[in-house]
Design a protein around this ligand. Structure first.
Ligand SMILES: [Zn+2]
Length: 289
C-alpha cells in the first residue's frame, strides 16, 4: 500500500502586470518572450495550496505515472499548400501544408503523445487524482479557416487525435469561413469548440461593454451550437492585458491562450496559456518535451 500525495490547486489567479502582447505585426515567436514565463506567472502562495493525501486501498490501480508538469499546446491557422510566399510573411508563418500537417500528426502518434482537450489540461494540472495520459499534447486551430476542416480533420481522425477549434463566432454566416454545419460536424467528431471572441478585435483596445460582449456572446453562441461548455478563449492577435484577462475570467473562461514558444507549465498562469505556433519548419523534436 502506498500513499500518494496529490496537490489540489484551486483556480486562483493573481492579477498580473498589464503587459500587452501583440503578434501582428510581431517579431518571430522566439524573440517575443524574453522573460521566463514562470517569472511572469501567477505565484501560488501557501494559502492557495491545498494538499491532500489520498489513501489508496489494495484494490485500486496505482497511477502508472505522475501528472505532467508541462503540456505542449500547438497552434495551427491554415492547413493548405504554400503559394510561393516568402518565409518572412504572415501568409507563410500561418500556413502548414497538408503533407507536413499529416507528418506532425503521425509523429505525435508514433512518439506516444495523446491529444487532450483543454478541460483535461486543466484537470491534469490542478485536478488532484487525475494523472491524464503519459504524454499529453493539445492541438489547436484558430480563425475558422475551412482548410482546417478539409485538410486538418482527416489527419486528426486517422490517428484518433482530438483538437481544439477556437472560433470567431460572427464568422459562422460568412461563406469564406467554417459554416455552422462544419462546426457541428467537428463537435460530432469529438473536437473541442472554444472561443476566439465575436469579431476577432484586439481586446486591449475595447471599452468594458464591448469587451464583455466579445467574450460572453461568443461563449453563448458557440455553446448553443456545439451543445458543450465553452470555457477557453484564444485572444485575437494574442493581444491581452490584465483588464482583458480579468474580463475573460469574469465571463467564465478558465484559460486564455496566447502565442509563446514553450510548453504550458503547471505553475504558469492559465489566463496566459502559451501556445507554440507551428510552421512547415517547426522541429518537433525541439519544441516537444
Ligand atoms: Zn486569430
Amino acid at each position: 500500500m502506498r500513499r500518494v500525495l496529490f496537490l489540489l490547486l484551486p483556480l486562483l489567479f493573481a492579477a498580473c502586470t498589464a503587459r500587452v502582447v501583440q503578434d501582428q505585426p510581431a517579431p518571430a515567436p522566439a524573440e517575443r518572450q524574453p522573460a521566463a514565463q514562470i517569472q511572469d506567472a501567477t505565484i501560488l502562495t501557501e494559502d492557495s495550496l491545498v494538499a491532500e493525501e489520498l489513501q489508496q486501498d489494495g484494490n485500486t490501480a496505482e497511477p502508472q505515472h505522475l501528472p505532467a508538469e508541462r503540456i505542449p499546446v500547438l497552434v495551427y491557422h491554415h492547413i493548405r499548400e504554400h503559394q510561393g510566399w516568402h518565409k518572412s510573411t504572415w501568409s507563410w508563418k500561418m500556413t502548414v501544408s497538408p503533407t507536413v500537417f499529416a507528418q506532425h500528426m503521425q509523429w505525435l502518434a508514433d512518439r506516444g503523445y495523446t491529444a487532450v482537450d483543454l478541460d483535461t489540461l486543466v484537470r491534469i494540472f490542478y485536478g488532484g487524482e487525475e494523472t491524464g495520459p503519459a504524454k499529453p499534447v493539445v492541438i489547436t486551430f484558430d480563425d475558422n479557416n475551412p482548410n482546417t476542416y478539409e485538410n486538418g480533420l482527416p489527419a486528426l481522425l486517422e490517428h484518433g487525435h482530438i483538437a481544439v477549434f477556437y472560433l470567431v463566432a460572427n464568422r459562422m454566416e460568412n461563406p469564406a469561413f467554417l459554416s455552422k454545419e462544419h462546426i457541428r460536424d467537428l463537435a460530432a467528431h469529438g473536437m473541442d469548440i472554444q472561443s476566439h471572441t465575436m469579431t476577432h478585435a484586439n481586446l486591449t483596445t475595447l471599452g468594458r461593454e464591448r469587451l464583455q460582449w466579445e467574450l460572453t456572446e461568443s461563449k453563448r453562441m458557440l455553446e448553443e451550437l456545439s451543445n458543450r461548455p465553452v470555457r477557453h478563449v484564444s485572444y485575437p492577435l494574442t493581444a491581452h492585458s490584465a483588464i482583458v484577462r480579468e474580463a475573460a475570467r469574469q465571463a467564465g473562461y478558465v484559460t486564455g491562450s496566447i502565442m509563446d514558444p514553450r510548453p504550458a507549465h503547471r505553475q504558469g498562469d492559465l489566463m496566459k496559456l502559451p501556445r507554440i505556433m507551428m510552421t512547415d519548419d517547426t522541429d518537433l523534436e525541439a519544441v516537444l518535451p
